[in-house]
Design a protein around this ligand. Structure first.
Ligand SMILES: *Cc1c(COP(=O)(O)O)cnc(C)c1O
Length: 428
């Protein structure tokens, strides 16, 4: 396709890099078909939840003030609960981000004297201060809630022996993080999360099993609530917002635990009854409706990136032929310059702010300088094409998102071109 070649060239992608990309893509046909099938299944799951709850035009506009009787908000929460096969859901613009949603679920369901266990190693960086692993005002630790952690075994599997030993009469809740965050451990499949939950419930069925589902929604045909999770939590500026939700988070699962979260979000006695939706409902609904195909585009992009960079001689996580359980692609460059060049190229590929240059900086909640590339319609949205890398060994870049596959493809080719131009590639 001459025209394609030409437009790529006009955007700074050489004929050779374009051809390299095409060669890699050819081998991904079967893989992409499988992803399309999951998207098809999830699209119909979402559609049927809309139809079952009779979502109507009136639900798309919101309320102001207290937000009493906000039919659109309440119906959206039923739609979420149905998609996740859960009893209830809290889906709100007042939940400011994923960390807030997780923090809310933890703080509302734990009481002084309780213990929280992470059976999958260190949690996501921003949760360290929530838990009190790093001292912070307002942490769970400050409220007398203790924390234990059992790391995964070196091969990435659960350390069942140590998990059994760590569970004690104080253990009230476990946090199972599906995605790897800024770590180099495997992402957990929904199936393996189910096995872990079954193991924990077998020791004590009263332990609340919460899954940090960030970046995992719609990647598989089932969600953690389908395999026994009591709570499943995530951000609306990741997968389930479909790129349209301008903010927000969700908590879904068992009704008593979701209600606790609502009492903490608003106030005891008020719970889910208040919280005006203002003007966000249309984008929440429409984003959710698009989320299965947007997630599929992002997933294809992740696999394309892994294929390109594995071929170029780098370690990738996951490897392109592994099965994926979230949309994050890590490429381990072992070179800070390469991480920076990669992020600069992703920024340069963006629809918004493509002319600015990202630089590593300290970020609230993170422990070392982080470089973040995000030229997104929604500030910081990581279901849109984005990349970030903490500037610390092993100098890995974490790449995710993309609202359409052609855009992710372009972004990845742009990174490849940039690394070649800067002579940062080993085997090209
Ligand atoms: C993004 C993320 C969070 C936190 O979400 P924010 O919206 O950035 O606060 C928590 N856990 C995991 C695994 C994440 O990927």
């Amino acid at each position: 396709m001459d025209q394609l070649n030409k437009i790529y060239e006009s955007l700074g992608i050489s004929g050779a890099v374009y051809a390299y990309g095409e060669k890699v893509l050819k081998k991904l046909d079967r893989r992409f078909r499988e992803i399309d099938q999951i998207a098809e299944l999830n699209q119909l799951k979402v559609l049927s939840a809309f139809q079952k709850n009779e979502v109507s035009e009136a639900h798309l506009s919101g309320t102001s003030g207290y937000g009493y009787n906000d039919l659109g908000r309440d119906t959206l929460e039923k739609v979420y609960a149905d998609i996740f096969h859960a009893e209830d859901a809290l889906v709100r613009p007042q939940i400011t981000c994923g960390t807030h949603a997780l923090s809310l679920a933890l703080m509302s369901n734990l009481r002084p004297g309780d213990e929280l266990l992470s059976p999958v190693g260190k949690p996501y960086d921003t949760l360290e201060k929530v838990i009190g692993i790093r001292e912070a005002p307002g942490s769970l630790k400050e409220y007398g809630i203790t924390y234990r952690q059992v790391d995964l075994l070196p091969d990435g599997s659960f350390d069942f022996d140590r998990i059994r030993k760590a569970i004690n009469p104080l253990t009230k809740m476990v946090n199972i993080q599906r995605s790897r965050g800024y770590q180099t451990r495997p992402t957990l499949s929904v199936d393996s999360i189910g096995q872990l939950i079954a193991f924990i419930k077998n020791i004590n069925p009263l332990i609340i099993c919460m899954v940090d589902n960030c970046y995992g929604e719609f990647v598989e045909a089932i969600e953690p609530t389908d395999v026994g999770a009591d709570l499943c939590v995530g951000s609306l500026i990741k997968n389930p917002g479909g790129g349209l939700a301008p903010l927000g988070g969700y908590i879904t699962g068992r009704s008593e635990y979701v209600k606790q979260a609502a009492f903490r979000l608003t106030a005891p006695g008020l719970g889910k009854e208040v919280g005006a939706s203002l003007d966000v409902l249309r984008s929440f609904y429409q984003g959710l409706f698009l989320a299965p195909t947007v997630t599929a585009a992002a997933l294809k992009g992740a696999i394309f990136a892994a294929s390109i960079y594995e071929k170029a001689g780098f370690k990738t996580m996951p490897r392109p032929d592994e099965s994926y359980h979230d949309i994050i692609q890590a490429v381990i460059f072992e070179d800070a310059e390469a991480v920076i060049a990669f992020c600069e190229a992703i920024q340069a590929a963006a629809p918004i702010d493509s002319h600015v240059t990202p630089i590593p900086a300290r970020m609230p909640g993170y422990e070392c300088p982080v470089i973040m590339a995000s030229g997104s319609f929604i500030s910081g949205s990581s279901i849109e094409l984005s990349a970030d890398g903490p500037i610390r060994p092993p100098y890995a870049v974490y790449f995710q998102g993309g609202l359409s596959f052609p855009h992710v493809k372009f972004g990845i080719l742009k990174t490849l071109q940039s690394l070649i131009d800067k002579k940062l590639l080993k085997n090209y």
